[in-house]
Design a binder for this molecule. Structure first.
Ligand SMILES: [Zn+2]
Length: 301
């Protein structure tokens, strides 16, 4: 996410509840078909049997060299918003978050003027703390987000790529191809493009081309549901026909919604408490009897 709905300004933070980490019921977790990574990794809740893969809340362990999952994050908060629950379950160093548009201007306090350098410094701090909580690595592409390319907050959700985007897609494509060659065994997670933000669409489409150019098997590629936009949809949305040319199939990853909410609180310059609650409630809707994050992959052609 980078731009925020105007309703954020009216968010009531006085009703913010206590979100101390409470263990999820293990029996319920088993009822959802987990993604391949989630199903093989222990749930790091305090009551989980066996060794915990990482201490909580601060991760200080040795990082393992092999990257297993690469998440493309258009803006510095998108990976945590959409995949934060899974990131908290991963072992330190196994997840690499690629932040694409790290030159940002988004700030949810429009009445409190900030210099762009201050905003970017705050966002950098938020992201650094995210890595402490999750153990993920980060890689920045240092590209300018839509607001810095002349798009308005509202128009960014309908705009088509134009001259302002010249060179951006090529940069993303090349970076993705290079990373794919460096991390040949990694799986990839791309934004699906829910919400239609131009930056998310550019990342998705450029990354797909870059991965194809690098010869990455499409079975290694999946798409996350862009939050909080997906949470604004009613009920449990079906994205199986999101693309006109290919059908998608769903995977669910059980998550601890309380831990994810704590992770999202790091992004105080971007997210209101109401948005965090919306993301948490969405995890309950898509998980049905538990809380989950969903991702989508190509069905066999
Ligand atoms: Zn974004």
């Amino acid at each position: 996410m980078d731009v925020f709905p105007r309703r954020v300004r009216t968010a009531d933070r006085s009703s913010e509840p206590d979100v101390a980490p409470i263990p999820e019921k293990r029996s319920a977790v088993r009822t959802l078909q987990a993604s391949s990574t989630a199903s093989t990794e222990a749930d790091p809740t305090p009551s989980s049997p066996g060794p915990s893969p990482q201490p909580y809340p601060l991760c200080t362990g040795e990082r393992e060299p092999e990257v297993r999952l690469i998440i493309l994050s258009p803006h510095p908060d998108d990976a945590a918003l959409s995949c934060g629950g899974e990131m908290l379950k991963a072992r330190p160093g196994h997840v690499l978050v690629v932040n694409v548009f790290t030159r940002t201007a988004a700030w949810r306090f429009p009445d409190a003027a900030q210099h762009i350098e201050q905003i970017q410094a705050i966002r950098h701090k938020e992201e650094s703390l995210m890595t402490r909580l999750t153990g993920a690595r980060i890689h920045a592409l240092d590209l300018p987000e839509a607001l810095l390319r002349g798009h308005s907050q509202d128009e960014a959700f309908t705009a088509e790529a134009g001259p302002a985007e010249s060179g951006i897609a090529d940069s993303v494509m090349a970076a993705v191809s290079n990373l794919a060659r460096q991390h040949a065994q990694a799986r990839w997670r791309l934004p699906l493009g829910v919400g239609n933000h131009i930056d998310h669409r550019i990342v998705r489409d450029s990354a797909l081309t870059g991965l194809r150019n690098a010869g990455v098997d499409e079975r290694r590629v999946s798409f996350y549901e862009d939050l909080p936009y997906a949470a604004l949809l009613s009920e449990v949305p079906d994205f199986s026909r999101f693309f006109s040319m290919r059908t998608l199939e769903e995977n669910g990853c059980p998550i601890n919604k309380f831990r994810k909410s704590e992770l999202l609180r790091l992004y105080w310059s971007q997210l209101s408490w109401n948005q965090i609650v919306g993301v948490r409630d969405y995890a309950g809707r898509v998980g049905r009897v538990i809380t989950a994050e969903r991702c989508w992959h190509f069905a066999k052609a």
